[in-house]
Ligand binder design. Structure first.
Ligand SMILES: Cc1ncc(COP(=O)(O)O)c(C=O)c1O
Length: 396
């Protein structure tokens, strides 16, 4: 017996990419391709985390608490307050913030806590950006919601088009996943956009899930966050945000992030997590505490990403619809046919990128909003990135 819900999930983009190039040989003289297909930061684990990671050996002798430690709760809340200028009174570290073992699992599992069996006797809806981070759809489908994909086009700053929401859909909406800075396009929601989304969530009683995992990687201005709206209203209802150390601190292997917001919702989420979630080890909690408390290593990461975007601007100029992403570290390039371009880059240039199509939903008529694009992750060192971008420009 296998759940038929899983039939609604396409193979994960990275599997599809591997299958796409499986039978295409790399060009002569190349043992491997330069990896630009996965958003895995390669700037190195910050040294400041070493002691915490090796110093809490005895922690492996206990079951770590799923809600983290009181000290970590205060640290995470303190970072959120500093980052967005929130009053200390908004986020109660004991009730309004929870660690997650990497935000992927939290973003998936949150739908299980937010989606009811029915909303007003109708099938509940999960609103998703299109293209989207795949676990949003995984959570929505496994929670029994109908995913509704919101178009993210250039004209809407690559953010979900809120004008396209109909009264029927809004009435049935149980959860809305929003991603800013957006993966893959790197555009950011401003406060006016967040205001509209929060007001809709409260008016139609759904949970707004604001995925802000790339909030610390930005070009010029620190992106706004949804908690600024909650602070203005002094109200956390119907809203949560997710933050991660994976991109901020280049520690995707630490598997640490947090969710903060509506305490009534987080109480229910914690109840679910006590049944279902894996907690991090005490040494990982200790390392997370150190990393959320430091800004110097994050500033250095930002500097490196900015330098790589400078390199991309010099090499790509105004080709392939290049623009400087205001947030995150992906280039979203319009190459005409993303799948063909990805195959050629693999076979002719030994560069591995991701076809945009794999990140977006195939519509019943066969169309796909991201078919013309490739996503290029600027995660390697400066020289490798320069080499890869030069090869991309020459090949395409
Ligand atoms: C948009 C977005 N959200 C969340 C995540 C999850 O990151 P992590 O599980 O490492 O916290 C990723 C990772 O690539 C992402 O791109």
């Amino acid at each position: 017996m296998i759940s038929d819900k899983l039939n609604d999930l396409q193979d994960y983009p990275f599997w599809r990419m591997n299958a796409l190039v499986k039978d295409i040989p790399l060009p002569d003289g190349h043992a491997d391709a330069i990896p630009m297909w996965i958003g895995e930061p390669k700037h190195g684990v910050p040294e400041i985390a070493r002691e915490a990671l090796s110093g809490s050996f005895d922690g492996y002798g206990i079951y770590p608490p799923i809600e983290g430690t009181p000290a970590l709760g205060r640290t995470m809340a303190g970072w959120l307050n500093r980052r967005y200028g929130l009053p200390d009174t908004l986020i109660d570290p004991d009730r309004a913030i929870l660690p997650v073992q990497g935000t992927r699992e939290g973003l998936f599992m949150i739908a299980l806590a937010a989606v009811p069996r029915a909303k007003g006797s109708k099938t509940p809806v999960a609103l998703l950006p299109n293209p989207f981070y795949q676990p949003y759809k995984g959570g929505a489908v496994c929670a029994g919601a109908e995913p509704v994909f919101l178009s993210c086009r250039r004209e809407t700053n690559f953010l979900p088009d809120l004008d396209a929401l109909t009264p029927d859909v809004l009435e049935r909406t149980a959860i809305f996943y929003l991603c800013s800075p957006a993966n893959p396009q790197g555009t950011v929601a401003d406060l006016a956009y967040y205001r509209r989304a929060v007001d809709l969530a409260r008016k139609h009683d759904f949970l707004l899930v604001s995925d802000e995992c790339y909030a610390e990687i930005y070009d010029r201005e620190p992106p706004s966050g949804v908690m600024e709206i909650c602070a203005a209203d002094n109200d956390l209802s119907n809203v949560v945000c997710f933050h991660s150390l994976s991109k901020r601190s280049s520690v995707p292997g630490l598997r640490h992030g947090f969710v903060a917001g509506d305490p009534a919702f987080l109480e229910a989420f914690l109840r679910l997590r006590k049944y279902a979630a894996a907690s991090s080890s005490m040494s990982h909690y200790a390392a997370a505490d150190v990393l959320w408390s430091d800004e110097a290593h994050v500033a250095e990461n930002r500097r490196l990403y900015r330098e790589k975007i400078d390199i991309a601007e010099r090499i790509l100029g105004n080709r392939f619809g290049f623009y400087r992403p205001p947030g995150g570290f992906f280039l979203w390039l319009d190459v005409g046919d993303g799948i063909e371009a990805s195959k050629r880059l693999w076979g002719e240039a030994a560069v591995k990128v991701l076809p945009g199509r794999y990140l977006a939903e195939d519509m019943p008529d066969g169309s796909n909003e991201a078919a013309e694009f490739i996503r290029v992750a600027l995660v390697s060192d400066l020289e490798t990135t320069r080499t890869a971008l030069t090869r991309i420009a020459e090949t395409l």
